[in-house]
Design a protein. Structure first.
Length: 157
């Protein structure tokens, strides 16, 4: 049995901590002649509310504004990091719970491999905040390659 990847998903939050997974995803897409999908999710938790009840008002930018900002950042990210590939990367920005959007995208687009960073938070932060990567690993319809740090740069054999 041989491993074959035709669609690889790279979720990103554009942070420095998510950047180590970029080299892995790009190189794997090139080696396997796979389509790279790059996904950014605007977390719906960013929409805070001033009160609970019929008079509640959202605090902060509306979702449409946050989505537009995400699209602008994705365009810049794509130009800086995804250009020059054999197959142009597919980029997409979604709004919702990050782990659920990643899983949904993977199912909808027949993703064969998800490549994502794990931020390596401490135990207390992990318990309080949870881990998007951990949730994706547990519920993913396909294999997930997790990249912890950039201490060990990826080198193709």
């Amino acid at each position: 049995m041989s491993t074959r990847f035709t669609n690889i998903l790279l979720p990103t939050d554009f942070s420095e901590m998510s950047s180590p997974s970029l080299a892995y995803a790009r190189d794997l897409a090139e080696v396997y002649d796979a389509q790279l999908h790059c996904l950014h999710i605007v977390d719906d938790a960013y929409q805070y509310w001033s009160a609970i009840g019929p008079e509640s008002l959202p605090i902060g930018p509306p979702p449409d504004e946050l989505l537009q900002l995400g699209r602008t950042r994705m365009e810049k990210f794509g130009a800086e990091h995804l250009s020059g590939m054999k197959k142009p990367a597919i980029t997409y920005v979604a709004y919702g719970r990050p782990f659920a959007e990643i899983i949904g995208y993977a199912r909808e687009h027949a993703i064969d491999l998800i490549v994502m960073a794990t931020h390596g938070r401490g135990a207390i932060a992990h318990v309080l905040l949870g881990s998007t990567t951990e949730k994706v690993v547990r519920k993913s319809p396909c294999p997930v390659l997790t990249i912890r740090t950039s201490d060990h740069p990826f080198e193709m054999p």
